[in-house]
Design a protein around this ligand. Structure first.
Ligand SMILES: Nc1ncnc2c1ncn2[C@@H]1O[C@H](COP(=O)(O)OP(=O)(O)OP(=O)(O)O)[C@@H](O)[C@H]1O
Ligand SMILES: [Mg+2]
Length: 204
């Protein structure tokens, strides 16, 4: 059965790095899959990604931010995720709806019930089979991405914002232990990779 797997975590937590390990594993096993991302994943949703992440002169309000995320997500679900799962492909997505609860909910302070309403309306019963939460104190991830180059609009937020995001993710993982698996990405790359491999073996 095709699986829908999402990777969550803070900025620079190691999502893209871990996805490479997952991709190599699936290729080796001959498991047909797609790797995709949020915000983005379709031509239009990638344009929305730029609206969300690029620095502009006009302040993007939290409510507008939330709706843009959901607009892109809906395009992504209908045009990419659902068709792929229907074809029997595994779908690996770099972030999904948990991120809206963590960033726009816990981070920006939008009432959870409002996000829940959008989720029920637009996502319905599409739920990841597994979610890998990459966890590290925000300053570690931010230091790692700073070394990579200029920060995007969301990465410019203050550390308190990212601490709230991290706490929310950890609480969610605690509430849904069957779906979540946490990997400590404070560890060196080799150890993280080994833990991802162990988790992947347990999935089959
Ligand atoms: N466990 C680790 N130890 C040391 N460096 C790491 C580790 N994991 C990732 N990195 C490095 O940290 C940087 C950020 O990693 P990566 O791009 O995978 O994070 P990300 O979660 O995808 O970031 P973003 O939120 O920007 O998408 C990269 O330069 C990567 O090589
Ligand atoms: Mg990334």
């Amino acid at each position: 059965m095709a699986k829908f797997i999402t990777i969550e975590g803070g900025e620079g937590a190691g999502k893209s790095t871990v996805i490479k390990t997952i991709q190599a594993h699936l290729q080796k096993k001959g498991i047909a899959h797609i790797i995709t991302r949020e915000p983005g994943g379709t031509v239009l949703a990638e344009k929305i990604r730029s609206l969300l992440l690029d620095q502009g002169d006009e302040i993007l309000l939290p409510e507008s931010e939330l709706l843009l995320f959901f607009a892109g997500r809906y395009q992504h679900i209908q045009h990419v995720i659902k068709p792929a799962l229907k074809e029997g492909l595994w779908v690996i997505s770099d972030r999904f709806v948990d991120a809206s609860f963590a960033y726009q909910g816990a981070g920006r302070g939008i009432e959870e019930a409002r996000i829940e309403y959008l989720k029920e309306w637009l996502i319905g019963d599409l739920c990841p089979d597994h979610t890998l939460l990459l966890d590290a104190p925000p300053y570690i991830g931010l230091d790692r991405i700073k070394a990579r180059g200029a920060l995007d609009r969301i990465e410019m937020e203050k550390i308190d914002f990212f601490n709230r995001v991290r706490e929310y993710y950890l609480q969610l993982a605690d509430k849904e232990p069957a779906r979540f698996h946490i990997i400590d990405t404070r560890l060196c790359l080799e150890d993280v990779e080994e833990n991802v491999q162990l988790w992947l073996r347990h999935l089959e």
